[in-house]
Design a protein around this ligand. Structure first.
Ligand code: PRP
Ligand code: URA
Length: 206
């Protein structure tokens, strides 16, 4: 399964601010949007496009238009922090939602909500900032495939090797885009060095 790790001074700078435990929620939300824009740019780099004719104020010229329907699917709750930036970059995208929650004791993820538009022939951008054990992303990818998705990219901000390996085994076609591949999970399945609980830091529910 291909994984792309952003190689960009700006994403490294933003990530360092996100990791900093003194960054307050308002700033954390703005930084999440900023790094999401960079992830969207990378994940859409090779999307199919068609040639169209554009009239500039001076003459006609060939231009390009992305030719595949994009569906953004934030994984609730933390993935919502990436949605506004995704829609700013891709205003024609449609949106689906999957709600996943990890049990705090076992780290096992379960789904509590799912509302998806048609996914056949679409390119699905799954938005979830943390890929830890891979349980949430894996269960969400199953839902997407059941609904007809054939091309799925996962955009995350921090990934752990354990989650990447699990997805590579279960969903070898899934493309992962991340701002960082961290060292490991701790005994509670939190990412190290990581940035803590993303949803709590995003919404001030620590
Ligand atoms: C977090 C995060 C991912 C999941 C990653 O969600 O947003 O969805 O953990 O962990 P995993 O790879 O081990 O499944 P959480 O369950 O904390 O819910 P929240 O987004 O509502 O805070
Ligand atoms: N979910 C988070 O929000 N943070 C982690 O480190 C792991 C899962």
């Amino acid at each position: 399964m291909p994984i792309t790790i952003l190689q960009h001074s700006l994403s490294s700078h933003i990530l360092s601010l996100l990791r900093d435990k003194t960054t307050p929620p308002e700033r954390f939300r703005a930084l999440t949007s900023a790094v999401t824009r960079l992830l969207i740019a990378e994940a859409t780099r090779k999307l199919p496009s068609r040639i169209v004719t554009i009239s500039t104020p001076l003459e006609e010229t060939p231009g390009q238009q992305i030719s595949v329907q994009i569906v953004a699917v934030p994984i609730l709750r933390a993935g919502l922090g990436m949605l506004d930036a995704a829609l700013e970059m891709l205003p024609d995208a449609t949106v689906g939602y999957v709600g996943m929650e990890r049990d705090e004791a076992t780290a096992i993820a379960s789904a509590y909500y799912c509302k998806l538009p048609p996914l056949e022939n679409a390119h699905v951008l799954m938005l979830d900032p943390m890929l830890a054990t891979g349980g949430s992303a894996g269960a969400a990818a199953s839902e997407l495939e059941r609904t007809g998705a054939q091309q799925i990219s996962l955009l995350c901000i921090v990934a752990a090797p354990e989650g990447v390996a699990r997805l590579a085994e279960s969903y070898p076609k899934l493309q992962i885009y991340t701002a960082a591949l961290d060292r490991e999970l701790n005994a509670s399945s939190y990412i190290l060095p990581g940035l803590g609980d993303f949803g709590d830091r995003l919404y001030g529910t620590l």
